[in-house]
Write a protein that binds this ligand. Structure first.
Ligand code: LLP
Length: 441
């Protein structure tokens, strides 16, 4: 059986032992050495996907920055790698800021997001030297101004982008649709809230309104919705220029690039997306007489990282229910991947220790957590599988580890980074002591 090209990392192959190999490392050995569940990230895939995204946009737009949306998954090794590749960051919390700055990430390339930024986060961002904020609520503007005033040497022009709610449906999962009118994100256009915010920013002496932002959702394949959102936002820029001389320097079109989790789905073609987006943008700017040299920002999370990782699980109990189905229970589940339970996400499993064997039957892959809904895959096609076998679930790089929990007081998995035949433990497995560290008596 050949490995599906769009799901696994670029370096994936079946080796001579019929084991899955990633980054030149046999995953059966990795599982023995580091234990399971184990998340294996492939250095080559991260590098390649980031480089491809940068090239797709830079070859079509002069002034463009690819920001990585760190909520998809963040760790010091990623901060260093993205810095090296020339990618900026979209961060949403003090934790993400601290990881970035400890890793030596240049603050000029960090954008602070969040629909409810706390004063501590704003202070942390200002202390770190972050110069760009995506404003996502009207109340945040006076907070920004007053927190800047308390600094020893106040910043004179904190660059602000306003996150707009363009009222466009991205046609994705309800929980990942963020551009409609009834969303907790973004400032409304039609109701005048965004315009009020813009006017308020212009009145603040330490804030500078440099641009607009929108992000209509995640797992977006409807590029028509993106085009409509883009045009709606350009209309706002033109309207504000006429009303109060808005100087449009930066446009952030968000992330949300759709990624395939199984062979029935497709992955957004970044080159085609960049081509269409920059064409629509250029035409839209020209038609409205707006600044054609503006800085374009894109902020994919999943699109850069999802495919770069594979989750490895050991099969424990096998429960055959005659005439119904057979459950393979693994040593992970909703504690490290809540996406099937939360969004009905449909993954595919592979037998990592017999990776070339053809599937012969159907199983349900159950997690180990005390929740009936903790089923990672309802219908997995696999070769005959037994207790002790190793399962690989690809497309595990985004929104799994960062959304992991300690439900049932089970420690979260270890993470290894593989490259050219060597594996580096980049996050050790959590221990019970780690979990107890915050309990005081
Ligand atoms: N920009 C903004 C403002 C965002 O809120 C997000 C994601 C992104 C960029 C990156 O989106 P991406 O390219 O990764 O789709 N937990 C969900 C996804 C939530 C996305 C949150 N915001 C999941 O597991 O699918």
């Amino acid at each position: 059986m050949s490995l599906p090209g769009t799901l696994f990392p670029l370096t994936a192959r079946a080796n001579e032992q019929n084991h899955l190999e990633l980054g030149g490392c046999d995953v059966v050995q990795l599982a023995e050495q580091f234990g399971t569940p184990l998340y294996v990230f492939d250095h080559t895939t991260i590098r390649e996907q980031a480089t491809r995204a940068i090239h797709a946009f830079r070859s079509r737009w002069n002034n463009v920055v690819v920001l990585y949306a760190t909520k998809a998954y963040f760790a010091p090794f990623l901060a260093r790698l993205f810095q090296e590749l020339g990618v900026g960051l979209d961060v949403t919390s003090e934790g993400e800021i601290v990881i970035a700055t400890h890793a030596g990430f240049a603050p000029e390339k960090i954008y602070l997001h969040g629909n409810n930024k706390t004063p501590e986060e704003i202070r942390a961002a200002l202390r770190a030297g972050i110069q760009h904020v995506v404003v996502d609520s009207q109340g945040e503007i006076s907070h920004l101004q007053s927190l800047i005033s308390t600094l020893h040497s106040p910043i004179t022009n904190l660059q602000c982008l306003i996150r707009l709610s363009p009222n466009i449906d991205a046609h994705t999962h309800r929980y990942m649709t963020t551009g409609v009118a009834d969303s907790k994100f973004g400032l409304g256009i039609a109701n005048g809230i965004a315009e009020n915010a813009a006017r308020e920013i212009l009145r603040q002496k330490n804030l500078k309104l440099v641009g607009l932002h929108f992000h209509i959702g995640s797992q977006v394949f409807d590029t028509d919705a993106l085009r409509q959102a883009l045009n709606a936002v350009l209309d706002v820029a033109a309207d504000w220029r006429a009303k109060f001389h808005f100087d449009f320097q930066e446009l952030n079109i968000g992330g949300g690039w759709g990624v395939a989790y199984n062979e029935m789905q497709t992955t957004l073609d970044v080159d085609a997306f960049a081509e269409n987006t920059t064409r629509v943008l250029r035409e839209g700017l020209r038609a409205r007489g707006l600044n054609e040299n503006l800085k374009l920002l894109v902020e994919p999370g999943r699109g850069l990282i999802a495919r770069a990782a594979v989750a490895l699980y050991r099969v424990g109990s096998v429960k055959e229910i005659p005439q119904l189905r057979t459950y393979l229970a693994v040593d992970g589940g909703m504690g490290d991947n809540v996406r099937p339970a939360l969004y009905g996400a449909q993954y595919t499993a592979f037998l990592a220790n017999c990776i070339g064997d053809e599937p012969t039957r159907e199983y349900a892959i159950a997690g180990r957590y005390c929740e009936q809904g903790d089923v990672l895959i309802e219908r997995a096609q696999l070769p005959e599988t037994r207790a002790g076998d190793l399962l690989a679930i690809p497309v595990a790089g985004a929104y799994q580890l960062p959304m992991a929990s300690n439900y049932n007081l089970i420690p979260r998995p270890a993470v290894v980074l593989v490259q050219d035949g060597s594996a580096q433990l980049v996050r050790r497995r959590e221990t019970i002591q780690d979990m107890l560290a915050c309990d005081l008596n």
